[in-house]
Design a protein. Structure first.
Lengths: 409, 409
C-alpha cells in the first residue's frame, strides 16, 4: 500500500541508493530513481566489476514489480549537467522528499589524478547546487536529505567528542565571553571529503536565504551489502566493491579473507573510523524522511554511524574469524599515523534506530557471500593504487610489519 | 627595470585586475594577464557599458608598452574551463606568483536567476579549483594570492570584532576547556559570497594536503576607479560600473550624484560595510606578493579594507558634497535592516599600507570623472533589478522615506 509520499532518489542505482530505494518502496513510499549510471561506467574505467553480479536497472525494477507489485520509476539524467531536465522531473513528480546520493563518493578515486580531482569537485558541487537551485525554482516545499560523511569533521581534536554538526564555542566579544553554536569547523581529508564540506555551506546558505528544509547525514563507513529487500531475488542484489578505490575498508577485509588475500592494512592501522551497516543506512534514511526539519529552522545534521573502531582492531577481528593474514602497506593517504575518534550519535538512537553492530554474526555472512563469488575476483586490483600526493610511496607488495612512514625522501 | 619576478594575473582585464596589472608592471614585475573577456561580454548581456570608455586589451597593452617600455603579456583563456591550457601557461611562464581575480564578482548578478546562480557557482568553484590543481600538477612552488571578500564573515555577531580570518574559541574537550583557533565561521550573504566561502575551504585543503602557499585577501567594497597608472593615458583608463548589478555602492552614489539621479539607498541604509579605495587594492596586492606565506604554514588571510561606514552615512556625505537627493528602495537583498561591523585590519597597516580614506578629496574627483562621461549613461539601469528571493518586492520608483520591510506578504 502506498503511503502517498513521493520520494525522488538521486543516485538510486548505487551502493547505498539502490537498497534505500527498495526499502522505501517496501515501506510504502512512491519511489522514483534518478541516476546517470555513472557508477557502472566507472567499473569500466577501473577495469573492475562488482563482486556480486548486478542486473540492469530495467531488470532490477521489473523483478521488484513482479515480486512486490510495487512500481519504482526510473529517469536517466545527470544531476550535475542536466539542470532543466532535473527541474522538469521535480515539477512533474512534485516529490515530498528528495534523497541525494548523486555524488562521486570515493576518497581514493577523488585523488587518482588531476582529472579525478576536477571531476569530483565539478560533479559534486554542481550536482548539489543544481538540486538546491531547482527546488527553489520549482516553488515546492520539498525536504532534501543529503548523504554526507563523518569525514567532514576530520578526526577529532584534543579529546573532543564530535558533535552532530554543531559545536558550542565561547568567543570574546569586546571583552565579554559569548556563547555561540557554530557549524563544526571543517577538516576534510581528501578532495572527496572536501566536496562534502562545500555541500554543507551550500545547504547553510540555501537554508538561510530560501528557508529550504534540509537534513545532512554525516555517514560513517558503510559495511555489509545486503538488506532484506536486496536478498529477495538475485536480480535485486546490491553491488559489492572490493578494489582499493571504491571498496570500503571493512568490506575489503572481509572479501580479502574470503578469497585468501592478506588483509591490506594502510600504515600501522592506527586510524579510527566510524562505521554503519548498510541495513542501518536504509533505516536512517527512512527516519530522516519521517522527521524532517520544520520550515524556518536550521539544517538538521545527524551523525549516521553506529560505532567506531581502529582499523588494526578490525583487521584482527576479521583475522580471528577467518584465519586471514595481515599485510601492511605504505599509507597512500596523507594523514596522521594514529587518531582517536569519539562521536555523538544519539539523535538516530532516540528516534528508534536499533543498531546492527559488528558482533552479530553478520561479519561471517559477508565472508560467505564473498566466497560464493570468488571466481569473479581480480586479485591484481586489491592493493592500493591511488595516493594523496606524488611524493607518497606506493608498495603494491606490502610488508609483514606496520609501516610508519609514507613519504618519499 | 624588471625585478625578475613573474606574475600571472588571472582576470587581469577587470575592474581590480587591470589597475593591479599596471601597478605591478610599473613596480618591475613581469606581468602576464590571463582573461577570457567575460566582463566585457556581460556588459552586452546587461545592456550596459562602463561609464568610462575602455580600450581593447590589445590597445591597452600597446599603449602601456609605448609609454613605459614595459611589456605585459596577454593570454585569452577560461580558467574555469580550459584546464590544460592553464596548466600549459603555468608550466611555460613558471610564475613566482599567481593573482586570482578570475571570478564572477557581483552579488546582485549572482542572484538574478537560476542561470546566474549556477554560472557563478560553476565558474568560481571550478576556476579556483583548476588553479589549485594546476599548481600542484605543475610541481612549481608558486604563491597564490586570491581576491576574496569581507562578505564571507557575514556582518558580525554579538559585539565581536571581525578577525583576519582566524577566530580564537574555547571548546569543551571531555570536561576540560581547550583553546583553538578556527577559520571564522562562514556566513555568506549571497550566492557570490557563498562561492568565496567555498574557495576558502579549497585553499584550506590544498594548503593542508599539498602545502601550497596561499594568501586569501578578504576585500571590502572597492570605491574609486583611477590609479596613477590608469590616469597616464585614455587607453589605460579603468572600467567604471554604475548599474545596480556590478556598480559598487559608493561608486554608484558618486555617479548618481554626478548625473543628477537621487542616491539609491536600499532599505533604510542601515547596512554597515567595509571599504577600500582602488589605489589601496593595488598596493595591498603588491604587499601580499612581497610577504608570502612560507611553505608549511597555514593560509595567510588579510582583511583588505581600510574603513567601515554605514550606507546611510555615506549617502549623507555624498549628498552634502553634491546636493544629491536621497531615495529609498525596498532592499532587494535578504538581510538584516541594520548591522554593526567592526574589523581588524592591522596586518596590512603593519606592512606599510598608508590608507586612502574618504576624507581626502577623492570623492569629489570621482564625481568629476563621472560628470565627464555623463552622456554615456543610461538612467534606466540605475535602480535595483536583481533580488535575493522571488517574494522580495522591487520598487523601481523608490520612496522618499526609509523602507523597513522588503517581503511580499
Amino acid at each position: 500500500m502506498s503511503n502517498g509520499k513521493r520520494v525522488l532518489i538521486l543516485g538510486g542505482d548505487g551502493f547505498c541508493g539502490w537498497p534505500t530505494s527498495l526499502h522505501l518502496s517496501q515501506q510504502g513510499y512512491e519511489v522514483t530513481i534518478v541516476d546517470n549510471m555513472v557508477r557502472r561506467k566507472t567499473d569500466i574505467e577501473l577495469g573492475c566489476q562488482s563482486l556480486t553480479p548486478i542486473a540492469t536497472i530495467d531488470e532490477r525494477l521489473r523483478v521488484w514489480k513482479e515480486l512486490t507489485g510495487k512500481k519504482i520509476g526510473f529517469i536517466n539524467l545527470n544531476v550535475a549537467e542536466d539542470y532543466h531536465e532535473l527541474l522538469t522531473v521535480i515539477k512533474e513528480i512534485q516529490p515530498h522528499e528528495i534523497v541525494h546520493f548523486a555524488e562521486q563518493r570515493a576518497a581514493p578515486y577523488s585523488m587518482k589524478s588531476p582529472r579525478h580531482k576536477r571531476y569530483t569537485v565539478d560533479n559534486n558541487i554542481n550536482g548539489t547546487h543544481n538540486i538546491l537551485c531547482a527546488i527553489v525554482e520549482s516553488g515546492l516545499d520539498i525536504h532534501l536529505v543529503h548523504l554526507g560523511t563523518m569525514g567532514v569533521y576530520g578526526y577529532g581534536t584534543a579529546g573532543m567528542v564530535i558533535p552532530e554538526g554543531y559545536l558550542p564555542v565561547k568567543v570574546d566579544a569586546g571583552g565579554k565571553e559569548v556563547d555561540l553554536e557554530i557549524m563544526y569547523p571543517a577538516n576534510p581529508g581528501s578532495i572527496y571529503h572536501m566536496t562534502k564540506t562545500l555541500d554543507a555551506l551550500l545547504f547553510y546558505y540555501y537554508n538561510k536565504n530560501d528557508e529550504l528544509r534540509i537534513t545532512d547525514l554525516h555517514q560513517g563507513i558503510v559495511w555489509g551489502m545486503a538488506t532484506p529487500e536486496t536478498m529477495m531475488h538475485p536480480a535485486l542484489v546490491n553491488r559489492f566493491d572490493y578494489e582499493s578505490d571504491y571498496g570500503t575498508v571493512l568490506n575489503r577485509f572481509l572479501i580479502q579473507a574470503a578469497v585468501g588475500h592478506p588483509l591490506t592494512i594502510y600504515g600501522n592501522g592506527g586510524q579510527t573510523r566510524a562505521f554503519i551497516h548498510i541495513r542501518d543506512t536504509v533505516r536512517c534514511i527512512q527516519i530522516a524522511i519521517e522527521n524532517p526539519a520544520p520550515k524556518g529552522q536550521r539544517v538538521k545534521i545527524f551523525n549516521q554511524a553506529t560505532e567506531t573502531h581502529r582499523v588494526s582492531k578490525l583487521a584482527e577481528i576479521v583475522s580471528q574469524i577467518t584465519g586471514a593474514e595481515l599485510r601492511y602497506y605504505s599509507n597512500p593517504r596523507n594523514e596522521a599515523l594514529d587518531n582517536e575518534l569519539v562521536i555523538h550519535n544519539e539523535q538516530f538512537l532516540q528516534l528508534g534506530l536499533n543498531p546492527t553492530t559488528l558482533s552479530e554474526g553478520l561479519l561471517e555472512d559477508v565472508v560467505e557471500i564473498a566466497a560464493n563469488y570468488k571466481d569473479r575476483i581480480n586479485m591484481g586490483i586489491i592493493p592500493p593504487v591511488s595516493r594523496w600526493r606524488e611524493d607518497i610511496r606506493l608498495d603494491p607488495a606490502g610488508s609483514d610489519v606496520p609501516v610508519t612512514d609514507n613519504r618519499i625522501h
